[in-house]
Design a protein around this ligand. Structure first.
Ligand SMILES: *Cc1c(COP(=O)(O)O)cnc(C)c1O
Length: 866
């Protein structure tokens, strides 16, 4: 019989062990090795069988064992130490507390998924893992973030295989009482309720679970409450499941409900209100609408004024250069949910629709684009690697009208990874002993070059061996699951070899990641694996989205190849890629392979995790690798950009991949000195750590967010909100006036002198122009000369700008501007002039998408800056 309701009964711990509860309830244990060791010592076998989940551990440990521990002085002392360490971690001042200039009092961070620990399966891939690392790092640095997300009752699926290698999915139910979460309650003890209005006069209700991620509170909304009808209860049933309506409801709950949950949390706990809202990808974009609604109804602002105030305090991070990866809804659906009887007077549905409209060339008139809305609702926008920033400027440039791609105001902050989560304890210990500042302060990485090579190799061997052991266990489990008996599985004990060059390849399985590129030439792959002198073993993992049949076929192709008795000891597919398997792989593999279709990988982070563990990257030059590959810290698979035929491109890139492994990677790995050490390999490992270590740390990333985005956003927000939002009111009025008058702005005649017949470096060029301002005042605009190198088509490359400040009025509304630019580099040089709106509350010159350029010379099109 099936149970109609399930819950988890928690143990009552003996008094001396009560602090275990305090430790379990704060997820800091997930990145604190001493606390994990303490949990392990509660019952080492049980710890393994509950897969390192401390809530399960305490639920299942025997009363006898607990009684014994309650009398174990040594254990109690360790428990006391761990508890005191946690309390001090939660309260002592950290990096953020040392900042000057009043950084934001609080920052709200919204994400549809969070990867914090394998025991909380509320993530599907990179986006969630990044969000988890962001929160943990914010906690480590003392950054006052409040996280907001949804609690999915079935989380993301766990993956297993059918006998013929087809992906099957299971959604293990989650009971919040069985997780390290507490229900958020009003002061009088009643559980908090959040409501979001739906069409037909219904309300979607949610309760809110609070997870402690170190110092960071994470609020998770959960629609599985009694007052909801069955459909509404299922809104938070699973991550990225269900149809379009379902997804929209999830996003309304996340964005609108999320803001309401934050307000309630601050009211109940006295936490300062966020000054900045950061949305991790477009899914939470409705949070901007809710904040506009608040301002219109509570501060008596107009929609446009509230929009300015909201934008100033919003940061939007885009995460995908894959058009299909962008979150879009049919416009009628938005009309249905934000219009009709559900329309809020303060947030008219036509304004909502306009925010998500694809108003650029090639835009689809029938869709509502969440990324586009995210960009219109945020004054600061970034991609997640330098290359991804460039691709995003290209992709979304249409939103900024006549500006060059380079001037599109989308910057980038390259992702990083949280070392305490991803780096093996052995490596952390080695670092702490020899180079105490590298992880804690991100300093002194050059010292890696002085480490003893034998020591590094010994740690690498330990990690490889652990991976091999764990992989055999997983392989056996998977084969049993697929129907094999133990008698058939004796080979598993000899599968993989702790001394063979180990390549890891683990990722989600969208087509651009090209799971099966390595199988382009199966015979060549087989020869690689079975090479008698220099064998290679490959560990593969990855989940396909449940609706992605194509992805499942790729997995099946790999599994079938790896099932072959001739190679199965050298190539394995390990089902159910999650954080636990990810940790094992990035720690134990010698080489981390990545072969996406460039430039479709926004950043990628798994290779960073491998690098911090002393692994080497073998990757297409995409995402973060495009930025930080330096020729000696790993290998780049040449990418056949520009080859149109995808099959041919795959052939070329696969063939280059084989060649690299055969002629370089494995040669270097097996090239041993008299002491058995691969000298050149270890040099490369050291160089990787020294060069990449400080860059890939998530502390670098979060500091960049604080300094480059959060602090400026808070400063803008303060200017906007001072004096009853006088700033927002005047900016909205000014923008309206400028936009209306802009068609009257024109650049007239441009001329220059001062460099004579043969311009030489060091000379100064004087530029003069006349400008027509129409209805605008001189202080409304900046007139700039753009100058620098030019290419064959006369386009300026990496143009620099200098404002022309010397003005005189020539006649009615017509002004003359003069200024000088230095000729500070040799070679082809060009210049032009532009007029852009200027206001101290704009974050950049391109913000309004308005620019006036000189009339195009004959044969040239307007829009190019020349
Ligand atoms: C790190 C990680 C990811 C993201 O890595 P990519 O390099 O972006 O593929 C995805 N899933 C898991 C389990 C991870 O640990």
């Amino acid at each position: 019989m099936k149970a109609i309701r399930r819950f988890t009964v928690r143990t009552v711990l003996p008094e001396p062990l009560r602090q275990l509860e305090e430790l379990v309830l704060n997820l800091r244990w997930s990145w604190h090795n001493e606390t994990l060791d303490l949990f392990r010592s509660v019952d080492p076998d049980l710890w393994e069988s509950v897969r390192h989940d401390p809530v399960k551990l305490l639920g299942e440990v025997s009363p006898q064992r607990l009684a014994a521990l309650a009398a174990d002085r040594r254990f109690l002392r360790r428990l006391q130490d761990a508890t005191e360490d946690l309390r001090e971690y939660l309260t002592a001042p950290r990096w953020y507390q040392s900042l000057d200039d009043e950084p934001p009092a609080a920052i709200a961070y919204f994400s549809p998924e969070y990867g914090i620990t394998a025991a909380l399966p509320q993530y599907s891939g990179g986006l969630g893992i990044l969000a988890g690392d962001h929160l943990k790092t914010a906690s480590d640095l003392g950054v006052p973030i409040i996280g907001v997300g949804l609690l999915y009752r079935h989380g993301y699926f766990s993956q297993f295989l059918s006998p013929d290698g087809w992906q099957l999915e299971r959604y293990p139910p989650i009971t919040p009482t069985g997780l390290p979460l507490t229900l958020l309650r009003e002061a009088d003890g009643t559980p908090l309720r959040i409501q979001v209005g739906l069409p037909e006069g219904r309300d979607l209700s949610a309760q809110v679970w609070l997870a402690g991620v170190g110092r960071v509170p994470l609020l998770l909304l959960d629609s599985d409450v009694r007052e909801n009808d069955p459909a509404a209860r299922d809104v938070t049933d699973r991550l990225y499941g269900g149809g379009t309506d379902h997804r929209l409801l999830q996003e309304m709950l996340l964005g609108i409900g999320g803001v309401r949950a934050i307000r309630a949390y601050c009211r109940i706990t006295g936490h300062p209100a966020p000054e900045v809202f950061h949305t991790n990808e477009g899914h939470a974009g409705f949070l901007g609408l809710e904040r506009i609604r608040e301002l219109v109804t509570e501060q008596d602002l107009s929609f446009d004024e509230a929009l300015e105030a909201t934008r100033s305090g919003t940061v939007f991070t885009t995460h995908t250069p894959v058009p299909a990866g962008i979150d879009r809804f049919p416009r009628e659906l938005i009309q249905k949910y934000f219009g009709g009887p559900n329309e809020t007077a303060s947030v008219p549905v036509d304004r909502v629709l306009a925010l998500g409209a694809e108003t650029y060339e090639d835009g689809d008139q029938d869709v509502f684009n969440m990324a586009v809305m995210g960009m219109r609702l945020a004054q600061r926008v970034n991609g997640v690697s330098r290359l991804h920033g460039a691709v995003s400027r290209e992709m979304f440039g249409g939103l900024w009208g006549g500006f060059d791609v380079d001037d599109v105001p989308i910057g980038s902050i390259t992702n990083g990874v949280h070392p305490e989560t991803w780096v093996a304890p052995e490596v952390i210990e080695l670092a702490a002993r020899e180079l105490p500042d590298v992880i804690s302060a991100g300093r002194g990485w050059e010292g890696v070059r002085r480490l003893a090579e034998g020591e590094i190799w010994r740690v690498r061997r330990t990690l490889r061996e652990r991976l091999v052991r764990d992989a055999r266990r997983r392989l056996r489990e998977s084969w049993r699951q697929r129907g094999a008996s133990d008698a058939e599985l004796s080979w598993v004990d000899d599968a993989l070899d702790p001394d063979v060059l180990t390549i890891g390849f683990a990722r989600r399985v969208p087509s651009y990641k090209r799971l099966t590129l390595m199988m382009r030439d199966p015979e060549r792959l087989r020869r690689l694996l079975l090479d008698p002198e220099r064998p290679v073993q490959i560990l593969i993992a990855g989940k396909a989205h449940p609706a992605d049949e194509g992805g499942k076929r790729l997995i099946q192709e790999i599994v079938r190849f790896a099932d072959d008795a001739g190679v199965r000891h050298r190539i394995v597919f390990l089902p159910d890629y999650d954080m636990a398997l990810g940790q094992m792989l990035v720690q134990g593999c010698d080489v981390w392979m990545n072969n996406p279709l460039r430039p479709l990988e926004a950043c990628g982070t798994s290779g960073m995790k491998a690098a911090l563990n002393g692994g080497l990257n073998l990757s297409i030059r995409d995402g973060w690798w495009d930025e930080w590959f330096d020729g000696q810290n790993g290998w780049t698979i040449p990418s056949a950009d520009g080859v149109e035929d995808p099959d041919r491109r795959d052939d070329l890139e696969a063939s280059a991949l084989y060649e690299l492994i055969e002629d370089h990677v494995s040669v270097m790995f097996y090239d041993r000195g008299g002491d058995g050490l691969p000298r050149r390999w270890l040099e490369m490992v050291k160089h990787t750590l020294a060069s990449l270590g400080p860059k890939v740390l998530s502390t670098r990333m979060v500091r960049d967010y604080v300094v480059d985005l959060y602090a400026p956003a808070a400063a803008s927000r303060r200017v906007m909100s001072a004096d009853a939002h006088a700033g927002a009111r005047s900016l909205a009025e000014w923008k309206h006036r400028v936009a209306k008058a802009w068609p009257g702005v024109a650049v007239g005649h441009v001329e220059s002198d001062g460099v004579g017949e043969s311009p030489h470096i060091g000379a100064r060029l004087t530029v003069r122009t006349t400008v027509e301002l129409g209805e605008l005042r001189p202080e409304d605009v900046a007139v700039e000369v753009a100058y620098g190198r030019v290419d064959d088509t006369d386009s300026l490359i990496d143009a620099r700008y200098q404002e022309l400040t010397d003005t005189e009025t020539v006649e009615n509304g017509r002004l003359r501007y003069v200024g000088e630019v230095p000729l500070d580099r040799t070679g082809d040089f060009g210049y032009s002039v532009r007029v852009v709106p200027r206001h101290e509350m704009l974050a950049n010159r391109a913000e309004m998408g308005l620019v006036a350029l000189p009339p195009a010379p004959l044969g040239m099109t307007n829009g190019d800056l020349r």
